[in-house]
Write a protein that binds this ligand. Structure first.
Ligand SMILES: Cc1ncc(COP(=O)(O)O)c(C=O)c1O
Length: 501
C-alpha cells in the first residue's frame, strides 16, 4: 500500500510536527454540538476543526487523513460507538479475521496435522518485521504469558532485587509479588518524573538514583506506561541497566503495533509483546523477545534463563544458554491453536505493507493532536504525561478533565464519567490506576497514601508517595479521526459540566 521511503518521510515530518506543534494548536471558538447524545453515536456533530495547525502538521493531516480514512474501512467496528481503545483490545482487520476463520475451518475439517502453518514460518516473518532474528522470537498466549515466562525463568536467589516503576499494570505487579513470595525477591521502586517538560534523560537519572550495581538483578518497566501513556526510553534504560550489571524485562503490551519495533536496537533482554492490542491480531496471541546473543546495543553475557514452559528436551536443564533456538523452544508447548498465530502473522504482514514508520507516525501525531485538544480544553494539569520530549510520546493519552484535585482522585465520579461517556455519548474509553492495590499495599504504612484508583507514583528524589489522578485513557487508533477527537473533547466538556454542576 505504500513504500518505505514515503513512510520514512512521514516519520520525519511527524516528529518535527510534534516538536514544533506542541502548544501551537488552538481550538477554534464555538466548538458547538447539537445534542449531547448524538456526539459519538451518530458522528454527526459539527465540532469545529481546530484552526492554527502548524504547517507541518496541517500538511501531514492533509496527506495522511484520507489514507487512514480508507484504512479504517478494513475494520468492522460498531459504527454506533467511537472506539478509542486499542490499548484494551484491537480490532482484527477483515482480511485477518477471514484468514483466522479459514484456519479454524481447516483444522476442524482435518484436525490431525494440528498446525495450519508451522510456528517457525510465522516467527520468521514477525522477527523480520520487529527488527530481530527468528531464534529470538517466541509465540505466546499474550503479554501476561510472555512476561510470566520471562520473569519466572530468571535464576532468582533470595535477596535478589527487582527494581520496578510504580506505574506497572496489575500483570507486572502480580508477577513481582509472586517472585517475592516464592523466591524471597526484594521489590524496589523508582519514581517516574512528571510534568509537561520532563525529558528522557530525567527519566534515566531517576532510575539511576535507585539502581545498585551488584544488587539490582532485574530492571522491570512498561513502555509505554499503561496509566499515563508515557513512553519510556527503552534503549537508554537498557544501557543504564547494563552499566549496573542488571537484566531488563519490559512489558511491551502497548509497544508493537503502535510503535515501529526495532527490538535488537533496544538492548533489552526480555521484551513481552501483545498480539491482540495495537497489532490487531487475534485474542490469545502475544510474543516474547529473548536476547539470545550479544548485539550492538547489548554485548553483555546472557543471563541464566530457565524455560518454564517447553517440550524441548534439547535445551539445557540448568538455565545455561548455548546458541540454541530459544524462540523455537519457547514456542513448543503442546498443541496450541495455530489459526490464531497464523492470523497474527497476517496482521504483522499487513502492518508491514502499510509501513511501520507510517503507522507509528500516525499514532504519535494523532495522539499529539488528542493531547493538545484535551490540554486546550482542560488545562495542562489535566494531562498526565509529558508533552515536549518526542521520545516520551505515544498514542495513549492519560488525562483527567475534572477541575478540582479531590474530583480527580474521586473513584466513583471517574468511573461514572466513563460509563456515562459510553452510554450517553457513544465513546468507548478506559481508565483506572491501581492505587493502594499496587506494589504498596496493606500492611505497608504508606498504602493509605494512595487513593483507590489513583496512579501510585513516587517522588523520584525521595520515593515519598506522590499519587497522580485517577486516569481516564484515550487512544489515537488507526481508525480514528480528528473529527471524532474534537467531538469527544466537546462531549467531555458537556459531561464534566453536568457532573460538577
Ligand atoms: C501494560 C499492560 N501490560 C499487560 C497487559 C495485559 O495484556 P495481555 O492481555 O496481552 O496479557 C495490559 C492490558 O491492558 C497492559 O496494559
Amino acid at each position: 500500500m505504500t513504500d518505505r521511503s514515503f513512510s520514512g518521510q512521514a516519520t520525519e515530518i511527524g516528529r518535527r510536527g510534534f516538536m514544533t506543534g506542541l502548544g501551537a494548536l488552538s481550538l477554534a471558538p464555538g466548538a458547538a454540538f447539537a445534542q449531547a447524545g448524538a456526539l459519538g453515536k451518530t458522528g454527526a456533530t459539527p465540532a469545529a476543526t481546530p484552526a492554527g495547525l502548524n504547517a507541518d502538521m496541517a500538511a501531514y493531516f492533509a496527506r495522511e487523513e484520507p489514507y487512514f480514512a480508507e484504512l479504517a474501512k478494513e475494520f468492522t467496528l460498531d459504527p454506533n460507538v467511537v472506539y478509542f481503545m486499542a490499548a484494551q483490545k484491537g480490532s482484527m482487520p477483515k482480511a485477518v479475521l477471514a484468514r483466522m476463520k479459514e484456519g479454524l475451518d481447516k483444522v476442524a475439517a482435518d484436525p490431525f496435522p494440528v498446525y495450519v502453518e508451522p510456528s517457525a514460518k510465522i516467527r520468521e516473518g514477525i522477527a523480520k518485521a520487529y527488527g530481530t532474528t527468528t531464534d529470538q522470537i517466541a509465540i505466546t498466549r499474550n503479554t501476561t504469558d510472555a512476561l510470566t515466562l520471562a520473569a519466572m525463568g530468571i535464576d532468582w536467589k533470595a535477596g535478589d532485587e527487582i527494581l520496578m516503576s510504580p506505574l506497572e499494570h496489575p500483570t507486572g505487579i502480580t508477577i513481582a509479588l509472586r517472585l517475592a513470595a516464592r523466591y524471597g525477591v526484594v521489590i524496589k521502586q523508582w519514581g517516574i518524573p512528571v510534568g509537561p517538560n520532563v525529558t528522557a534523560d530525567e527519566v534515566v537519572a531517576a532510575l539511576e538514583k535507585r539502581i545498585v550495581p551488584g544488587k539490582t538483578k532485574v530492571v522491570f518497566f512498561s513502555s509505554p506506561l499503561w496509566p499515563t501513556g508515557m513512553r519510556l526510553p527503552e534503549a537508554k534504560i537498557s544501557a543504564a541497566a547494563q552499566r549496573a550489571g542488571a537484566v531488563t524485562i519490559v512489558d511491551g503490551a502497548h509497544y508493537n503495533g503502535m510503535i515501529d519495533p526495532r527490538l535488537d536496537e533496544t538492548g533489552i533482554d526480555f521484551f513481552a509483546l501483545c498480539g491482540h492490542k495495537w497489532q490487531c491480531g487475534p485474542g490469545g496471541t502475544g510474543l516474547l523477545y529473548v536476547r539470545n546473543k550479544p548485539n550492538a546495543a547489548n554485548g553483555s553475557a546472557l543471563p541464566k534463563f530457565h524455560l518454564v514452559r517447553t517440550q524441548s528436551r534439547d535445551v539445557p536443564f540448568d538455565g545455561s544458554r548455548g546458541g540454541f533456538d530459544i524462540g523455537q523452544a519457547l514456542s513448543m508447548y503442546g498443541f496450541p491453536e495455530s489459526a490464531d498465530w497464523r492470523a497474527l502473522g497476517d496482521a504483522v504482514a499487513m502492518w508491514d505493507r502499510i509501513g511501520r514508520a507510517r503507522i507509528e507516525t500516525w499514532h504519535m501525531t494523532l495522539g499529539g493532536y488528542f493531547l493538545d485538544r484535551l490540554a486546550d480544553a482542560f488545562g495542562d494539569d489535566a494531562i498526565l504525561r509529558p508533552r515536549k520530549d518526542p521520545a516520551l510520546q505515544s498514542g495513549i493519552v492519560g488525562f483527567n478533565p475534572f477541575p478540582k484535585a479531590e474530583q480527580r482522585m474521586d473513584e466513583k465520579l471517574n468511573v461514572d464519567f466513563r460509563s456515562r461517556m459510553l452510554r450517553e455519548y457513544g465513546f468507548r474509553i478506559s481508565g483506572l490506576g491501581v492505587g493502594r492495590n499496587g506494589l504498596t499495599r496493606s500492611p505497608d504504612p504508606e498504602a493509605q497514601s494512595f487513593p483507590v484508583g489513583s496512579i501510585p507514583n513516587r517522588d523520584p528524589d525521595t520515593l515519598a508517595p506522590k499519587p497522580m489522578a485517577h486516569p481516564q485513557r484515550v487512544n489515537a487508533c488507526l481508525w480514528n479521526t480528528r473529527q471524532q477527537i474534537d467531538n469527544f473533547v466537546a462531549a467531555t466538556k458537556d459531561l464534566t459540566a453536568k457532573m460538577t454542576a
